[in-house]
Write a protein that binds this ligand. Structure first.
Ligand code: 5RP
Length: 224
């Protein structure tokens, strides 16, 4: 296991400390969450999961973790998810795995949100990771032009194999915005939310309550 995977696993194991039996637990998407699912399945906790992607639902089925539809429950106690980039305000960019829409819906309906990350994800300012924006396919070419004019350096996400646009679980495209640095994430979020055809963006602002950073010793940062 390389250093990054070791750190992901450390963060995932530490997140188990916040789980209790009978909780309804939002389950994120990605390789770090995958370590968390392994740990959860091996633990003594009986929980019910609410998943954020087809791939996480499949992993839960393989690991015998029971899941429930988000609309069949009246609350989610806690959500454990990964992130592509986090800053010192506990804001972040998500959607590298194209699951940002359901991840944000689950996060917004959770009483508490924990992100588990390796050290490389932690930056002073967001933007090093291209910002994913989930859009309706119809008119997405127009959005690409508008984003380019706005200086967002947009690129439609495509499958490396066949070069076809990737389709999200909800049937949308992803436009990745390669800005390098995002000086005002709140203004950018407001701009994106006002564009017709944008379904959701990967800026998760004031969502995360606690970040667990895996390293040789685990570091935990909490929202003040
Ligand atoms: C998926 C996400 C993931 O949480 C994010 O991409 C981190 O993934 P990984 O743990 O594999 O680095 O937002 O949409």
């Amino acid at each position: 296991m390389n250093e990054k995977d070791f750190q992901k696993k450390q963060a995932a194991l530490a997140a188990l400390n916040y789980i209790q039996t009978d909780m309804i637990v939002g389950l994120g998407t990605g390789s770090t969450v995958s370590y968390f699912l392994d740990a959860l399945a091996a633990s003594q906790y009986n929980i019910i999961g609410v998943t954020t992607s087809t791939i996480t639902s499949q992993r839960c089925a393989e690991l015998n973790i029971p899941i429930v539809d988000i609309d069949a429950i009246d609350h989610i106690d806690i959500t454990v998810d990964g992130a592509d980039e986090v800053d010192s305000y506990l804001n972040g960019i998500k959607g590298g795995g194209a699951a940002l829409l359901m991840e944000k819906i689950v996060a917004k309906n959770s009483k508490e949100n924990i992100w588990i990350v390796d050290r490389s994800k932690v930056h002073n300012t967001l933007g090093a990771f291209p910002l994913p924006v989930e859009v309706i396919p119809y008119g997405s070419g127009q959005l690409l032009r508008q984003f380019a004019n706005k200086g967002l350096f947009p690129k439609l996400r495509r499958h490396p194999g066949n070069n076809q646009p990737i389709i999200t679980d909800a049937g949308h495209y992803i436009i990745d915005c390669h800005m390098t640095t995002i000086s005002n994430p709140y203004a950018l979020a407001e701009y994106l939310e006002s564009q017709v055809g944008v379904v959701e963006h990967g800026l998760f602002l004031n969502v995360c309550d606690r970040i667990i950073i895996g390293d040789n010793t685990v570091e935990i940062k909490e929202r003040q």
